[in-house]
Design a protein around this ligand. Structure first.
Ligand code: MN3
Length: 218
């Protein structure tokens, strides 16, 4: 049993012109695949952990065998973060912000535009590679930046929305213009998926207790 690269939930060209087919093939088929392969390699010597969802492993890095902590954090994080990321994207201008989610964002950040400004600024200012995140601890919403492939799950937060600001995520289409990428990116956010995740992250939610497994364990 090994982790599998999940197919994109849309066609490779579905996000154009925000992201080109070329950029999506590179990002999914090369970068995401590499994380999955390295994750499986790291788990080679630990058959007892091969069936554990990667999100589960990320929630307790300190509880892992010492030789697995760094590979799970980096490669496991890379797999979980990309799987989540794809699920939060949709064809340009196809998704509307559900009123319920808009209200939650207003409650936390004053207004939706203030949330967007904080999120974009967090992505712009993140030095090097990483992601900007909208997270919850079960009650309040927060925007944070995390470096590399670090997952909010490892610090006890449930991720609701994220944008990849590794150069590989935007360089083919935007070169070094990260702010331009972060501006265009709003057009491909799958707001329904974000609202669903928030719903599931609430205490007492029945369907899921927070995150969803990214890994195909079949
Ligand atoms: Mn990436």
């Amino acid at each position: 049993m090994t982790h599998q690269l999940p197919p994109l939930p849309f066609d490779y060209d579905a996000l154009a012109p925000v992201l080109s087919e070329h950029a999506m093939r590179l990002h999914h088929d090369r970068h995401h695949r590499a994380y999955v392969e390295k994750l499986n390699k790291a788990l080679d010597g630990h058959p007892e952990l091969q069936n554990v969802p990667v999100e589960q492993l990320l929630k307790d890095l300190d509880g892992l065998p010492a030789d697995l902590r760094t590979p799970i954090r980096n490669q496991g994080g890379g797999h979980a973060n990309h799987s989540l990321y794809w699920s939060l994207l949709a064809p340009p201008d196809s998704a509307e912000l559900p009123p319920s989610l808009a209200r939650e964002l207003e409650r936390a950040f004053g207004e939706v535009e203030a949330f967007k400004a904080k999120f974009a600024e967090t992505g712009e200012k993140l030095f090097g590679s990483g992601y900007a995140w909208l997270v919850t601890d079960g009650s309040r919403l927060d925007v944070i930046g995390l470096p590399n492939q670090d997952s909010p799950l490892s610090i006890g937060r449930t991720p609701l929305l994220t944008v990849d600001v590794w150069e590989h995520a935007y360089y083919p289409d935007y070169e070094n213009r990260r702010p331009e990428w972060l501006q265009a990116w709003w057009r491909i956010v799958n707001w329904e998926a974000v609202a669903e995740r928030l719903q599931d992250a609430r205490p007492g939610a029945t369907a899921h207790s927070g995150d969803r497994p990214a890994s195909n364990l079949a």
